[in-house]
Design a protein around this ligand. Structure first.
Ligand code: ARE
Length: 587
């Protein structure tokens, strides 16, 4: 037994309240080291004859990555308190693992040996809004989606789609254009829109805010925005806006005041200024986003700044009934600010969604007191490396995804924001070397994955483009120039996702990963429903035999709606290059 690899802490993704009754406990051990693991557990106050009374229950292996196995159990402690340890079985060896280390027999005269989950307090349970789990997001970069009112075009606006975007070009996308195209989104089947910033700002991306209480005039006015939100709601679409609270823009009035009045400015503490007078060259002498002088970092510890930003956050919910905030550069803003942010927005609208933009491991923001989700870029990277770039094999991909799922509690995974690309990454079709079949497989995986998927505008019709600004081309509206086949593929996956809860809520299991053929088999199971996905990520036709018996079960090919009973013990299927099969299994 490799003791050094055994890990547990009674918090975060290793021990958490899944809901107001259930605790989830996880343990990590060296891969293939243990045959079985049991949880020894009980209420800390239940004793008999000087001995603590504990029960024993087997844990199940919930997945493996390249180095470790992960064990899982759900427990419903009657008094919402738990003390626990683990019994580990590796070959002939058996050991008890507790907070105080390893023992041959379970210590039963002192509770202090055991791990402690003191009390399941309901208010501390991580809880994302329920509606999010059934949402398919669509990300719109408003400058590039549709131009519906040319009279709003900023000076120098180029004809729609006439050139590749540059960091400074404008094409005149606006709210009226989005309103005209809402039916296209309904046809696709999405039910949430995430808008990158819409507030007054000079750039085409609007991450350099001038006024957080004003809509940028190139997009329209508040009335048009209200009409857009209301129309979305009528069509069952939620609306999420981008909150750029880490920094303001250069032309934000308080920053201009500091530039003008220097140390005497009443706003001097609104920013992080290292010395006066302010300078922007060669490097700014105030904190900024990256080293961008036009994005001065806001001092969110300052009481006035905090109040101002919280007023912004609640204003757009109260007046326009928006349903979510995506928080830009969320990990560079202090945690205390986000705790107060959560309180403020949830007070106005309890089921508002809070999505942080964090590209890395984000456990500290997902403990229930700050965000409901983060943009799941570790998922994105795994998908890109396996499907688009062929950098990892099928088994390495399964390890990556298992690792992502085991980095967070299950209730966090259920609301995770799973994206294939965004306005900050190259287009997926470009990443796939323009291989449309690979893009289809990426969508198949994304839309069958737990959490909430987000489609970056135009990916569904095959837009191309490299890194920002090229990934921000104008949406193509001429049907003959759209990849309608890809559109239908995405549309169909979304409709399956709505029809079968296993897609959204099901637990994912990798059943087979074959590094020679590069194919994958995984299942999603929810209650009595199991769906098997077979994915051939290779340019060759392959024959796959399912590694479990389906004899006597009723199967439905969800893509063709064909139903058949499995007669042979082993189901065999031939998959064309980049082919896939989605089978629903019923008893
Ligand atoms: C411009 C240029 C870029 C250049 C950048 C920095 O176009 O080529 O790299 O300046 O000098 C907005 C605009 C961008 C603009 C930027 C600055 O949309 O076009 O870029 O402003 O003017 C990190 C941050 C993450 C951030 C990304 C971009 O952690 O928060 O970088 N994303 C948000 C938005 C952006 C937005 C801003 C922040 C600023 O989504 O659109 O940019 O408001 C790794 C790291 C991540 C890193 C990621 C991407 O994986 O781990 O931390 O994200 O790569 O670089």
């Amino acid at each position: 037994m490799l003791k050094e690899a055994i890990y547990h802490r009674p918090k975060d993704h290793f021990a958490y309240a899944y809901d107001d009754k259930t605790l989830h406990i996880r343990l990590r051990t060296k891969k293939d080291d243990m045959q079985s693991v049991f949880l020894l557990y009980g209420d800390p106050y239940v004793w008999e004859d000087g001995k603590w009374q504990f029960a024993k229950k087997e844990m199940m292996k919930s997945g493996s990555d390249s180095l470790f196995d992960y064990w899982f159990i759900a427990i419903t402690p009657p008094y919402r308190r738990l003390r626990y340890g683990f019994e580990l079985c590796s070959g002939e060896e058996k050991l008890i693992y507790t907070e105080k280390g390893f023992f041959n027999i379970p210590p039963s005269d002192d509770i202090a040996y055991y791990f402690c989950f003191p009390f399941l307090n309901k208010i501390d349970v991580f809880q994302a809004p329920e509606w999010v789990k059934d949402t398919v997001w669509y990300q719109i970069f408003p400058e590039r989606f549709a131009n519906g009112n040319e009279s709003l075009n900023p000076p120098g606006t180029l004809p729609w789609g006439s050139a590749d975007p540059t960091p400074t070009s404008f094409f005149g996308g606006d709210f009226e254009g989005i309103i005209h195209r809402l039916d296209y989104l309904v046809e696709l089947g999405i039910n949430g829109i995430y808008f990158t910033p819409i507030f007054k700002a000079p750039s085409n991306h609007k991450y350099d805010t001038i006024d957080y209480f004003e809509i940028d005039p190139q997009f329209g006015d508040k009335q048009t925005f209200k009409r857009l939100v209301d129309l979305c709601h009528q069509k069952g679409i939620r609306v999420m806006l981008d909150a750029v609270f880490n920094h303001s823009g250069y032309y934000f009035a308080p920053f201009q005041h500091v530039l003008k009045h220097g140390e005497k400015s009443k706003y001097k503490d609104w920013f992080h200024i290292r010395e006066f007078p302010l300078q922007t060259e060669p490097l700014p002498n105030y904190d900024t986003f990256a080293f961008v002088p036009t994005m001065p970092k806001l001092n969110t510890e300052n009481r006035e700044v905090k109040q101002y930003l919280l007023d912004v956050a609640t204003y757009w919910i109260r007046e326009f009934d928006i349903d979510g905030w995506r928080l830009d550069v969320a990990n560079e803003v202090d945690h205390q600010f986000w705790r107060e942010f959560r309180q403020a927005v949830k007070t106005v609208k309890p089921d508002v969604y809070i999505l942080g933009e964090i590209w890395h491991d984000s456990m500290p923001w997902l403990r229930g007191d700050q965000f409901d989700a983060v943009m799941n870029y570790p998922f994105t990277n795994g998908v890109l490396r396996y499907f688009a770039k062929n950098e990892i094999t099928a088994s390495e991909f399964a390890h990556t995804i298992t690792n992502v799922l085991h980095s967070y509690p299950n209730n966090v995974n259920e609301a995770a924001f799973n994206l294939l690309g965004s306005h900050d990454t190259p287009r997926i079709l470009t990443e796939c070397g323009e291989n449309r079949e690979k893009v289809k497989l990426m969508f198949t995986f994304q839309l069958s994955f737990t959490g909430t998927p987000c489609i970056y505008y135009g990916d569904e019709i095959g837009l191309t483009g490299g890194q920002d600004p090229l990934c921000r081309k104008c949406m193509v509206w001429e049907e003959e120039k759209q990849d309608r086949d890809l559109f239908t593929h995405v549309q169909k996956l979304i409709s399956l996702r709505k029809a079968y809860q296993s897609f959204t809520r099901g637990e994912l299991r990798f059943i087979e990963t074959n590094d020679e053929t590069n194919h994958l088999v995984y299942t999603k199971t929810y209650e009595n429903e199991t769906i098997v996905f077979i994915i051939n990520n290779s340019e060759r036709e392959i024959d796959v035999a399912l590694p479990f018996s389906l004899k006597g079960k009723k199967l439905t090919n969800l893509w063709t709606n064909e139903q058949f009973a499995a007669e042979a013990d082993q189901l065999k299927a031939t998959l064309p290059p980049y082919g896939f099969l989605i089978l629903k299994i019923e008893e």
